[in-house]
Design a protein around this ligand. Structure first.
Ligand code: BTN
Length: 251
């Protein structure tokens, strides 16, 4: 069934929602709107993407009627170097929205993979377009099977809730609400509050054995620095400071 966009609009009058039944990628349209000075909280939402973009040059499977594919424009009080903090904000908001909508417990893997039972259920991409953060969020909702690559096993909310179909409208509404409240937290309490929230929501933030994707080094996570970069104490004893890329669990 296509998204009930009118229901979402009714429940989220705060967000200007641009809806597409099919689009190549919501990121492209959101970047265009950012360039036209569209306001904070503008959303591009699609029922299907034909060329969904993932992190690190990967693609994002976006079949019709099954997932949530959206990009949100965020005009935040951050310097360009604050983009990693914005990424953490989005991960926190997505995990909270999923938990509130489905009661499924989520974990966060730096920078912003959302996991359930160690499998990826949502991914986030952040781009900066003229001083505007374009945040792309993809959530696997009602997929009954997913192509997983061996590095990142994937799952859906439906698979994790004993085949119970989930309301995408309900999750989108909760997502926009949670994004709003974590952005307010950033504005009123500052980046330190986001770093604390992420560290307590993520089992990967500290004392977790991981492999750094970019160079294959193994080590133990050692928390986040003030910019939201992940520190990993490698087995050689050196502390690596990850600004981009990702990690995966060892073994
Ligand atoms: C990742 O690789 O983990 C990030 C995936 C981000 C996917 C979302 S779906 C909505 C938005 N549009 C895209 O083309 N990508 C993002």
């Amino acid at each position: 069934m296509p998204l009930d966009i009118e229901r979402i609009r009714e429940l989220r009058p705060e967000n200007k929602i641009h809806y597409f039944q099919t689009i190549d990628s919501t990121m492209t349209e959101a970047a265009r709107l950012a360039g036209l000075n569209a306001p904070h909280g503008s959303v591009v939402l699609a029922d299907e993407q034909t060329a969904g973009i993932g992190r690190l040059g990967r693609s994002w499977q976006s079949p019709a009627g099954l997932g949530i594919y959206c990009s949100i424009l965020l005009r935040l009080p951050l310097a360009p170097s604050g983009l990693p903090i914005a990424s953490l904000v989005l991960g926190l908001a997505t995990a909270e929205a999923i938990q509130n909508s489905t009661q499924l417990a989520c974990d966060l893997r730096w920078p912003n993979d959302v996991l359930i039972n160690e499998k990826k259920v949502a991914g986030i991409l952040t781009h900066l377009v003229d001083a505007c953060v374009v945040a792309g969020i993809g959530i696997n909702v009602n997929h009954t099977s997913l192509a997983s690559d061996l590095r990142t096993p994937a799952t859906s909310l439906r698979i994790e809730s004993n085949a119970r179909a989930q309301s995408r409208e309900h999750i989108v509404v909760n997502l926009l609400e949670s994004v709003g409240s974590f952005c307010s937290m950033l504005k009123t309490e500052g980046p330190a509050a986001i770093l604390r929230a992420f560290s307590s929501a993520s089992t990967y933030a500290i004392n977790r054995r991981v492999i750094i994707e970019e160079n294959g080094l193994r080590g133990v996570t050692a928390g986040l620095d003030d910019n939201g970069f992940l520190l990993v104490r490698s087995d050689s004893g050196q502390v690596e400071r990850l600004a981009a890329g990702g990690i995966r669990p060892e073994g």
